[in-house]
Write a protein that binds this ligand. Structure first.
Ligand SMILES: [Zn+2]
Length: 125
């Protein structure tokens, strides 16, 4: 890669970064730390379909820290909905934050490459 190419890539990443940062800043929705996932269960009762490999589910489960300990529980009840909603907001926020860190890393790498090219040029003179 040459310097103009690197500059172009950095500039595109800056735009992407700015969009993501604005989205994160605009977030006003209440959130709760945790993660949601789906599980399938085998009851193994009698001749149930699950004994032939066709498990029950998916069931919505919630993983959250309770008194410092990670706990998992079924979260598919009606009164779980407010919590589930807030955890979804949290998960989306976390995803955007992870994407943002990737962009920071890419920009960092590009600036390092930029510097190396300038060092090479400096050494040749
Ligand atoms: Zn079963």
């Amino acid at each position: 890669m040459d310097l103009p190419e690197i500059r172009k890539k950095i500039s595109l990443l800056q735009k992407e970064r700015s969009l993501l940062e604005n989205k994160l800043m605009q977030n006003r929705a209440k959130m709760e730390a945790g993660s949601l996932f789906q599980i399938y269960i085998a009851c193994r009762k009698g001749n149930c379909k699950c004994t032939h490999g066709e498990k029950h589910g998916p069931f919505l489960y919630l993983s959250q820290k309770v008194d410092g300990k990670l706990k998992q529980r079924y979260a598919g009840k009606k009164n779980d909905e407010p919590t589930v909603k807030k955890v979804r907001v949290y998960m989306q926020y976390q995803d955007k934050l992870a994407a943002l860190r990737k962009i920071y890393g890419k920009i960092d790498t590009l600036f390092n490459q930029y510097r190396e090219i300038l060092i090479e040029r400096g050494g040749n003179q």
